[in-house]
Design a protein. Structure first.
Lengths: 340, 340
DNA sequence: CTGTTAGCGCTTTCAC
DNA sequence: GTGAAAGCGCTAACAG
């Protein structure tokens, strides 16, 4: 492609009239006589020399790469997470190897192996399949939400339990008397299961009758939500619930569409609170629905920090970050929503 | 960290009782006597050997890395593009180095240099600052939308001109008589400038009086849109326009909110067509507003293909992909919108 | 401080 | 086919 290859350290050494080691020292900031340094710097400039990061990494067996394994980044939650990881990784002078598994277990495994082969410094994984057997225990790793048996991999996530309680409390505060919970989830255990636990706990605490839809996600969620709606219609057409805590904003939004299509008004007839804090156009300040917002930036930063922690034994096995409620048009917040 | 280091090719050779070269040949699929191959394969399995991709890449001076330089991926358009690039890169057995510049010119330059140092196989750039001087001409590169003087870097983009015409035609078809165009753009020339040209061309063609807002983006778009609205109110409160072609879905959506806040109904009073094809939750089938959709997946694939093209001279200097109109609730499409 | 030297793990001649 | 040997570009001892 290019006729003359790039200059190497040797070329610089020759041009500067010093030894290889001296050039290396200059580049690595090891103290060097001022005179030598200047000669080397001049030669570097003259030759347009640039260290070969690859050779450097190879020698130090330190690639400076961080692999992020994530289902996909079309989903706004994932893309926000990825964006913040990219920022944190950059701040630490690392490079981000993006691995979108597109929910394919075999791709997740392939990426895990790729990460190993590529000698990455660490792996941040958001995965929803059974890859426990392919995890390498001698490369720093952190998982978001998921929990792997047989591995002591640190986990980072949001405080889902408290968030779920908060959702119920907010619905009650805004006038709901019968909040239900809808959920579609993967078959693998994860921190977000705590959202259901939180809902159940809050129901008990406030003397409510729990009522919820808890299904394994099989791509038929819309159908199931429609049926759930039918099952909760009274003979006169009114509903037996007046509030919805949705496992994710996406499900909340989907349910909102179904409700509206059936003639129910949101938030007049039914209020909805989701989970995640997804904004239109990725802008945090314009939520798709009212939501319990995950601190995505902080979550991403925690993951990166965790990877970087030299002393692996001192990394907390579980880090839970606090969530917050934010208005997004599907609740009757005083001040935001004109009371009837 | 890990007590015993990973086995090397040498270990495999010793265990299999063959030479280093033979092991290398087995791994690289070079014909080898069946007997030797089996011995080597057994040793590999026994030792759990895995090639060190880093050393391999170093030796071949071929990293298999593709750098994607993109402003950020909070924006759904960018995240979709990134997702599809990731997929294409994976399909070609390459690795994706994600570089989010967060609109910082210095970060773009830093990433460009990083890419060079890291000996990436290619660079895909979506950049909106003046990095022409830092471009390395001997590493395959492709830019999306942008145009760099002094460099013959292949460009990939959508057929913005035709798309703009299509937007105007659709607005007319759905009953508009006075479509305006709103635009906020960077100071650097790019393919998307053709959207304005297309609007102007369509106005001429259909005998319309062009009327548009064309501003450099300085983060005050909402303010300017409000003023634009005021300037187009008649004494009786009605508007002098009844259709909007927005430079992007984001601007179209922003304008929609402003219109609605001022008491105008979309699409009853004003119809809006944006550009990009942004969906809620990244799902293509639920657009935020009616839009001229860019073929994001195809664009991403074209970029990757372009990078991979061995014969750089045969890469088209400009590739324009066709766009399509899709309904997203802000137009009065027959069938979708109940005519009054 | 600086020059010398020995590799990192792998590919790739080159004789055998 | 296969083994031996020469590096890829760089870092990290090690003497001097």
């Amino acid at each position: 492609m290019n006729a003359k290859k790039n200059p190497t350290m040797k070329d610089v050494a020759k041009a500067a009239g010093v030894s290889l080691g001296t050039v290396s020292n200059v580049i690595n900031g090891v103290p060097v006589r001022k005179e030598s340094r200047e000669k080397v710097e001049k030669a570097i400039k003259a030759l347009h020399y640039e260290v070969n990061a690859y050779a450097q990494g190879f020698r130090k067996s330190q690639t400076g790469l961080v692999a992020l394994i994530i289902p996909e980044i079309l989903n706004p939650f994932y893309s926000a997470f990825t964006d913040y990881v990219a920022e944190a990784v950059y701040a630490h002078d690392l490079k981000l190897l993006l691995c979108c598994s597109h929910e394919l277990p075999e791709k997740e495994v392939a990426y895990l192996n790729l990460a190993k082969k590529s000698k990455v410094n660490g792996i941040i994984a958001l995965t929803y399949s059974d890859i426990g057997d392919f995890i390498s225990d001698n490369i720093p790793m952190v998982v978001f939400d998921r929990f792997f048996e047989n591995h002591k991999i640190p986990r980072v996530g949001s405080d889902n339990f408290t968030g779920a309680c908060l959702a119920v409390e907010k619905l009650l505060e805004f006038g709901c008397t019968h909040p239900v919970y809808i959920r579609f989830h993967s078959i693998f255990p994860g921190e977000s299961d705590k959202r259901r636990d939180g809902y159940l706990y809050a129901c008990k605490k406030y003397g409510l009758e729990p009522d919820y839809l808890d299904m394994v996600d099989q791509g038929n969620s819309e159908e199931l939500l429609k049926r759930f709606l039918e099952d909760h219609k009274r003979p006169d057409g009114t509903l037996t619930f007046d509030g919805v805590f949705a496992h994710t904003d996406f499900h909340g939004y989907t349910f909102k569409k179904i409700l509206e299509r059936s003639g129910y008004r949101v938030p007049e007839d039914v209020q909805i609170i989701g989970f995640d804090g997804i904004g239109k156009f990725g802008h945090e300040d314009d939520l798709v629905i009212s939501s319990i917002c995950q601190p995505i930036r902080q979550l991403a930063e925690k993951c990166v920090e965790s990877i970087l922690q030299e002393d692996r034994a001192s990394v907390p096995s579980l880090t839970l970050l606090p969530v917050t409620y934010r208005y997004g048009g599907t609740t009757r917040d005083p001040g935001k929503w004109p009371e009837a």
